[in-house]
Write a protein that binds this ligand. Sequence first.
Ligand SMILES: C[S@@+](CC[C@H](N)C(=O)[O-])C[C@H]1O[C@@H](n2cnc3c(N)ncnc32)[C@H](O)[C@@H]1O
Length: 267
Amino acid sequence: MTEPALSLSRNDDFVWDTFNAAWYQEHNYGTLRPDDEEILQTVRDFFAAVYAEDRPTRKWHGIDVGPGANLYPSLSMLPFCESIRLHEYSENNVAWLRAEIQGGYGESWDAFWKILTENPAYRSVEDPRAALKKIADVNKDSVFRLDEVKVEGGSLLDLPAEQWDVGTMFFVAESLTGEKAEFEKAVRKFVHSLRPRAPFAAAFMKDSAGYFVDDQRFPAVAITEADVRECLTSLASNVDVRVLGQDASLRDGYGGMIIATGRAGDN
Ligand SMILES: C[S@@+](CC[C@H](N)C(=O)[O-])C[C@H]1O[C@@H](n2cnc3c(N)ncnc32)[C@H](O)[C@@H]1O
């Protein structure tokens, strides 16, 4: 009998701590790409509209799951939040995020912020660098532990654990594993960590065959917009799923980007 080939495809099979954050930031976000600009516009207008509609009595507590070396999901929540948890698994990415935010983030993010300020809700933030520094809380943790997270101290104390008012998760669920079941679990954990009706935005690579960060290979599940829709429909309401950037020029081996917005269900 032939032994099955050993294949590395689960989240645990990869060494996330050595993720080259500086390389990743420069390669993906050194300049603002048209596909990220379109995602920013979608997410910006969605969060601003929900905030105006819900008129919360206090600002939201937000979470960005797997931020890596990307600040724009956090920036998209900035005017609406009194705290943002950056829930990141990789040691290198955590160190990069802390240094980048505490030092006053780099100039390359100004182009991203400029797109956000085309919506008046964002113009209320006078100094986004200082605002992010003040409310960001970078934590080393896994998406798979989201429902075990007990928030201690600080402004989240008055919230029931694991229930955020707004959330983002960009290029994480399909890009942390080669297994469809783990992709679905990551999406489920993310949406379940939000309070009922909390708005969220999640972005995904379409048809990805995995990716390199510098010389290190990471896995992916080749999902489509139908997979995202199917996964979110049972977890959320007002789900809107769009495909963009189908010229797929960022790197080889993917078929565009998928952006999904919606409101968390009743869990
Ligand atoms: C392709 S990167 C996406 C980074 C960033 N969100 C972006 O928009 O570019 C995938 C991210 O998922 C993180 N990740 C991997 N496994 C994780 C886990 N179990 N829990 C949370 N994040 C994880 C990686 O460290 C990395 O930051």
